[in-house]
Ligand binder design. Structure first.
Ligand code: NDP
Ligand code: MG
Ligand code: MG
Length: 340
């Protein structure tokens, strides 16, 4: 088994003497900045003027334009949307790096797929939390944490790995486990996970189940509870104790159905599709498509996004959640306010 590192395995001193600039204050950015500061590190934030800048200032950070934040910092963590990173890197980050500084990422996409080529005189590492940014923050406040992968792409100081580990500890990940990876492995597995299982796989499974029931004439509300709402309750059991824990809690009838019907839904053909998806990630074809989609101003992304919001499963869900105030989380409130 690979060696998973925890609090006791990590030295904090290497990062204590450094200034960390968090560039971006979105999902991951706010979580990293706040968690690192509360772990005792010296953190500043780099941003353009706007909403995030205001939020970071309200949270008590010294906020600077990106170029200035980079000039002041020893470690620069880039937490901008992946598709904006290459331009900001060329214009504001690269020209302000000093030899021996470190540049860090939470996802290897841009470096692995050559959208960013870091100069050869800086350390380059990755600390990729395996969870959404808002949970990196929420779990830290709860006293737990989200596991992270870390990886070194370029080590010029001889200390890059130690700095990466201290950083991972600082955002709370050493409470849950920190595991070494490469930029290649993190990038390819992260893209595969989100496409085939966590995001694409799951939302498509929910939609297909919901539509099968409503097409057969069952009430949309029943289909929503069955195929979407209960998903979280089952996933919580899986998170706590694996497949065995799900099967311990469900009825034997459900377990028998799981054994005989699950493999008919996700079968060899599905696995062949997963293999195709993985091949396209590994070959760079997916990355190229996404880079070009962004260059074209996202025509397909926007069209699909608008269509998906109108689906019946979404409409009925909005109505039902209004009546279940307990399922509302701050994240959803935040999103609602943004849409207003
Ligand atoms: P977000 O979209 O949440 O972050 C956007 C932030 O970047 C905002 O603060 C925004 O500020 C700022 N920003 C956008 N464009 C610019 C610009 N041109 N100049 C300066 N600031 C800008 O990003 P995420 O947190 O989702 O992703 C950050 C990184 O973390 C990515 O590499 C992603 O792959 C990785 N990651 C994300 C995860 C997640 O949970 N979301 C999980 C694991 C890794 P403004 O308000 O001004 O627009
Ligand atoms: Mg990802
Ligand atoms: Mg991910």
């Amino acid at each position: 088994m690979s060696k998973v590192l925890y609090e006791k395995d990590i030295q904090k001193e290497v990062l204590q003497e450094k200034k960390v600039a968090i560039v971006g204050y979105g999902s991951q950015g706010h979580a990293h900045a706040l968690n690192l500061r509360e772990s005792g590190y010296d953190v500043i934030v780099g941003l353009r003027p706007g909403k995030s800048q205001q939020k970071a200032e309200e949270d008590g950070f010294d906020v600077f334009p990106v170029a200035e934040a980079v000039q002041k910092a020893d470690v620069v963590m880039i937490l901008l949307p992946d598709e904006h990173q290459p331009t900001v890197f060329e214009e504001s980050i690269k020209p302000n790096l000093q030899p021996g500084n470190a540049v860090a990422f939470a996802h290897g996409f841009n470096v692995h797929f050559s959208q960013i080529v870091p100069p050869s005189n800086v350390d380059v590492f990755l600390v990729a939390p395996k969870g959404p940014g808002h949970l990196v923050r929420r779990t830290f406040e709860d006293g737990s944490g989200v596991p992270s992968l870390y990886g070194v792409y370029q080590d010029v100081t001889g200390k890059c790995k130690e700095v990466a580990l201290a950083y991972a500890q600082g955002i709370g990940s050493a409470r849950a486990g920190v595991l070494e990876t490469s930029f290649q492995e993190e990038t390819e597995t992260d893209l595969f996970g989100e496409q085939a299982v966590l995001c694409g796989g799951m939302t498509s499974l929910v939609k297909a189940g919901f539509e099968t029931l409503t097409d057969a004439g069952y009430q949309p509300e029943v289909a929503y509870f069955e195929c979407l709402h209960e998903m979280k309750l089952i996933v919580d059991l899986m998170y706590e104790g694996g497949l065995e824990n799900v099967r311990y809690s469900i009825s034997d009838t459900a377990q028998w159905g799981d054994f005989v019907s699950g493999p008919r839904v996700i079968n060899d053909e599905t696995k062949a599709r997963m293999q195709e998806i993985l091949n396209e990630i590994q070959s760079g074809a997916f990355a190229k498509g996404w880079v070009l989609e962004n260059q074209a101003n996202r025509p397909e992304f926007n069209a699909i996004n608008a269509r998906e919001k109108k689906l019946q499963v979404e409409q009925v869900g909005r109505e039902l959640r209004e009546l279940m105030p307990f399922v509302k989380q701050p994240l959803q409130e935040e999103q609602k306010n943004k849409q207003k």
